[in-house]
Design a protein around this ligand. Sequence first.
Ligand code: BEZ
Length: 219
Amino acid sequence: MPGLTIGDTIPDLVADSTHGKIKLHDYIGASWTIIFSHPGDFTPVCTTELGQMAAQAPEFARLGVKLVGLSCDDLQSHNEWIKDIEAYTPGCKVTYPILADPNREIIKQLNMVDPDEKDSAGNPLPSRALHIVGPDKRVKLSFLYPATTGRNMDEVVRVLESLQKASKYKVATPANWKPGDPAVISPSVSNEQAKEMFPQGYKTADLPSKKDYLRFTNV
Ligand code: BEZ
């Protein structure tokens, strides 16, 4: 089934949240935004995930990123659940809004439906989907995990930093890159251009092909 994917503009939907009504494009404004879904309130993996997102909220704020959670249950349930989340991950405060989607309209629009999970009434439940949306409101990266696999929130921070580097410089980040490691210069950049763009210099890997395409620089 086709659905929202990288490059698409995130729908400008209006939804109820724990912070009041949210119009998604207005909420995003000119920021990077992470929108992440959870199968349900008062479930074990989700409780740990929302706590970790809350614990890392200062890190996301440092990177200029807004957060929005989503779980299908209603707002009263979300507000009760937040007490458990904050108690389970001591020191964390759920400062980001959590959307309610009792009619399962939002999860369909955002490609967040888990084909295998249903609630007790047979309604669809969200997968563990996560979209990173750029200031241009387009999806830059998506994770799509089943209900049974909790996400690694350090990986969310890592990919976010990679996306931000690539949006600022003509670079990409190699396998297992961590913030602070050298990035690689985009293949579309010639060596002449690279000398101008990266006055700090770059190192080219000596490969059997003798093609100069694997060039590392610090940005
Ligand atoms: C959980 O959050 O633990 C969960 C939710 C739905 C299905 C399986 C696990």
